[in-house]
Design a binder for this molecule. Sequence first.
Ligand code: FAD
Ligand code: DLZ
Ligand code: SF4
Length: 508
Amino acid sequence: MSRLVLVLGDQLSMDLSALKKAEKGKDIVVIAEVSEEAGYVKHHPKKIALIFAAMRKFAKALEEDGWEVRYTRLDDPDNAGSIVGELLRRAEETDAPGVICTEPGEWRLINKLRHAPIKTHILNDDRFIASHKEFEDWAEGRKALRMEYFYREMRRKTGLMMEGDQPAGDKWNFDHDNRKPAPDEVTHEWPLWFEPDAEVEEVLALVEERFADHFGDLRPFGFATTREQALKALDHFVAKALPKFGDYQDAMMEESAFLYHAVLSPYINLGLLGPLEVCQAVEKAWKNGDAPINAAEGFIRQIIGWREYVRGIYFLEGPEYAGRNGLKQERDLPAFYWGAETRMNCVAHAVGQTKEHAYAHHIQRLMVTGNFALLAGVDPHQVQEWYLAVYADAYEWVEAPNVVGMSQFADGGIIASKPYVSSGAYINRMSDYCKGCHYSVSKKTGEGACPFNLLYWHFLDRHRERFEGNPRMAQMYRTWDRMDEERRETVLREAGEWLDRLEAGETV
Ligand code: FAD
Ligand code: DLZ
Ligand code: SF4
């Protein structure tokens, strides 16, 4: 009897374990656009359009490859509205006795499938470099789970940029060379976008109609929606941006939302590109002398290091991880995260380009929107839901550890050894935002002082008990303690007043 083979919206890979296990010509692939997945957070319209368009094209590619596919469109009148509902409907239709699927990237959906009233066989997702077992073995017995050591294991495992058992260039990490501030201009057109074809247009019309109340601009839409297009985007990145990727990895610019970043995470996370093939393309460019070692190593570390590591943490820590609030921060997420006006130019820009592109690069996510939320004491769960909704590459397995762990220090310090907080000085050094800001980055107190300058000390002061024993934060507390008492009182009072204005809904 035919079985059902579930392929989820972020499992669009021909080498998916469920497809490898199934029998072409006999088993039936189920792909479904459902309101439950489109609505568990209010995803950015560009993200929904990307996923639906890529799902429709992947279904077509499977059919061309000889698979029988039952595809459900969102507006199909028989649509059951959920993944499990669709499996049950298709099982009834085809008399299938059970389902094969690849493990979803969220506990929410894993648990639904585990408890579905149909026999469901969940296979490992082997599109990653490390299996759950390998990560667990690595983590076993370690006092601290630091990414850097895990990354070295992944370098050894993949052989990427290795010379025998030694790292190429005799160093595991070239980050020291990767901290240049924003350049005067970005000289290339970036990134590679694709004109919507008739199929994409159809999806855009659907998303426009159904998700008009979600935050974000749907048009212009230029994401790749097939593997062929995603491969072109990869080639384009390697040829045009990779050489400077390392140098400007941490820089931020008003005029360039993307700088030299790859803008490949939406495609890798959907399954259109494999993480290893992306790294191999980068390694090849370095071997051919087309990219410097700091760029190639820095990029490969993001993928086989950070990407694999955060996934490992998400599954190791379990379903409760995303809900943690280790610092007990409770403030509501300010309205300017959803596009309301703010006078903070850095935040306005990071949110503005998020609205426009469903994209912000790592440092904008970490040191602008993330930094602000942490300093201002925002409830990490609300922060986490915002990130999950607004970025085209956001799925809980990768988003939650980055937000709850790395950015908000809400996991109690599993991922980060100290909170990623900074005053305005860091943002000023790495960006051109401050010169166009209502606030003055050089002012520490008084009228027009940069809120990051005030909130930085407010954060350290209110979490003193938690952090003063942390050797990596000792210098910060020494600096605070050296200030005279009157100055400290002024900083805390002004920070408190600024937060009161924020709370009262004033434009800050
Ligand atoms: P590049 O800067 O060009 O990096 C290359 C690749 O490395 C990326 O495509 C991505 O696959 C990988 N990568 C880099 N850093 C990370 C990381 N920390 N974790 C996982 N992969 C990484 N990434 C997501 O894919 N989805 C998310 O939902 C997500 N949420 C984030 C939230 C916060 C608060 C922070 C600080 C980071 C988050 N990241 C997330 C990581 C990172 O910001 C994005 O992967 C990156 O911005 C994607 O853009 P890019 O392809 O241009 O990346
Ligand atoms: C994110 C998403 C959206 C918006 N819509 C769908 C959908 O309609 N059908 C589907 O199969 N998957 C969708 N996804 C991706 C899933 O939410 C994703 O597979 C899980 O969150 C696990 O990562
Ligand atoms: Fe952001 Fe402060 Fe700079 Fe304004 S002055 S852009 S608020 S860091």
